[in-house]
Design a protein around this ligand. Structure first.
Ligand code: UN1
Length: 498
């Protein structure tokens, strides 16, 4: 069995705690990926010291040169894509096709960061005084604590780590305990690509010990986190005490609207993909399907026909369409929501239970699940379930559809299927979400566009694209006065300044 180690100051070291945890495949408990250290607060401290020391050198390396290292990392990830995707499917349970996509998202992000090394733009603007020049430029923030979830074990660390590195930050990376193997591979690749010692440090362990130590550490300058809104709010509170820069990508309760003029076949494909890809465990997953009353019965029938025939099973088998959920706790949570839905009066018409049989008994497999007669205020239409459960809601017109869609504390992704450009434009304008897809599902964000949400989905930052560099840089404003005299802003006028 592979024994994994922490990475501190350029060295692979065991935890002093002597304690470890096991990582097993959610599709088959007999498949043990390895043991990982349960690290301590002291180890986080050593990692922060190493990162602080390395910051001096790394922040001074020209950004295009830091970019070269990321290009190399991208190339290695390209070479190793299939192997990494296989590990990802084993430890996360998403099907191979999606595991390759997750890995590809990491590759795309690394190449994008490489390109950004020769850009990293800021701006200039005129002064209100003569003989004075104003400009801004970007500097790294310092030492970041990077805390990532298990649902995108390559893409999400890549979204944070690659731009953070490109911008000249150093970091302590705490990966999820349910998908730590991919974090190891990612850091190994960065090491091989030439990231100097201390710049990235990897500490495995629990949220309560390793995560908490990062949040409270006085010498960590920023925290970048993806996970639930509940944990995000706590992170903001705890890390806010030491005035860290905090970027939070949190929950979603995303909906797809299907209008009466939609291409129903297309809307069906989108709804199935949005609801059941990654077994519904994406912050962008479609968990509500809002359908116009004129096409409701027909669309529901089409959906059930496909959903009940989805092939659920071993994610490594290329013919499988949906894998397991991540662990027992998640499976129980999903099932609790199914009970809540039933008690609230929603009608369960598909799934609602664990899959039983030889192919599934050693994993956490849950049936694709559908509720109808769902009221927009029911808990199953309000709370993030993070599983293969969708709620169907019936509406009379576009206005009501948008009202129902917006009726949640979250605002990450959204979608509308319609052939009418007026419907589409109105939806683009009125939907309260960070992302809106027209005739596409709620999932499928591309790495070079801003990613994030409004309301309780986050705290206003956008990962992805150029906007992620707002998170990982600070702006320095510079005034250059070449008048040779004291000029007073707000006091001297252009006339008196002459
Ligand atoms: C997430 O679930 O946190 O758009 C990220 C998508 C993926 C990223 C999801 N590209 O579904």
């Amino acid at each position: 069995m592979k024994e994994y180690k922490n990475y501190i100051n350029g060295k692979w070291v065991s935890s002093k705690s002597g304690k470890t945890f096991e990582n097993r495949s959610p599709a088959n408990w007999d498949d043990v990926i390895g043991t990982f250290p349960l690290s301590t607060r002291e180890e986080v401290d050593s990692a922060v010291k190493a990162a602080r020391k390395a910051f001096k050198h790394w922040s001074g390396v020209p950004a295009p040169k830091r970019g070269e290292i990321l290009r190399r990392a991208a190339e290695i990830l390209v070479e190793r894509k299939e192997e990494v995707a296989r590990l990802l499917a084993r430890e996360n349970g998403k099907i191979m096709k999606e595991a390759r996509g997750d890995t590809q998202e990491g590759i795309d992000t690394a190449f994008y960061a490489f390109g950004e090394g020769r850009r990293l733009f800021s701006f200039t603007t005129p002064s209100e005084l003569n003989d004075k020049f104003c400009l801004t430029f970007r500097r790294p923030v310092g030492v970041f604590g990077i805390i990532t979830p298990w649902n995108f074990p390559i893409a999400l660390p890549a979204w944070k780590i690659f731009p953070a590195l490109l911008a000249g930050n150093t970091m302590v990376f705490k990966p999820p305990s349910d998908a730590p193997g991919c974090a190891y591979e990612l850091v190994k690749i960065l090491e091989e690509a030439g990231v100097p010692e201390g710049v990235i440090n990897l500490i495995f362990g629990s949220g309560s010990e390793v995560g908490e130590a990062s949040l409270t550490h006085p010498d960590i300058d920023g925290i970048a986190f993806t996970g639930s809104s509940e944990v995000g709010a706590r992170i903001a509170e705890v890390a806010g005490k030491t005035l860290k820069k905090i970027s939070l990508e949190l929950g979603g309760k995303n909906a797809q609207i299907v209008m009466d003029d939609a291409n129903l076949e297309l809307a069906l494909e989108g709804a199935l993909w949005g609801a059941y890809a990654t077994a519904g465990q994406r912050c962008t997953a479609t968990s509500r399907i809002i359908v116009h009353e004129k096409v409701y019965d027909r669309f529901l029938e089409m959906f059930i026909e496909k959903a009940k025939n989805l092939k659920v099973g071993n994610p490594l088998d290329e013919s499988i369409e949906m894998g397991p959920v991540i662990n027992e706790a998640q499976l129980n949570k999903i099932h609790e929501y199914v009970e809540i839905g039933k008690n609230e009066g929603a009608k369960l018409i598909l799934g609602g239970e664990r899959l039983k049989g030889d192919a599934w008994d050693k994993g956490w497999f849950y049936k694709p699940t559908v509720f109808v007669d769902v009221d927009p205020n029911m808990r199953i239409a309000q709370e993030e379930i993070f599983g293969p459960v969708v709620a169907f809601l019936k509406i009379k017109n576009l206005e009501q559809a948008i009202e129902v869609l917006n009726n949640t504390q979250y605002g990450l992704s959204s979608s509308i299927y319609t052939q009418d450009v007026n419907n589409a434009m109105r939806a683009i304008e009125k939907i309260e979400a960070g992302i809106t897809y027209i005739n596409g599902p709620t999932i499928g964000a591309e790495c070079h566009l801003p990613f994030g949400g409004v309301k309780n989905t986050g705290n206003g930052h956008r990962e992805g694209g150029w906007t992620v560099y707002e998170i990982f840089t600070e702006i320095k404003t510079v005034y250059i006065d070449y008048s040779g005299k004291l000029q007073k802003a707000q006091i001297d006028t252009w006339e008196t300044g002459e």
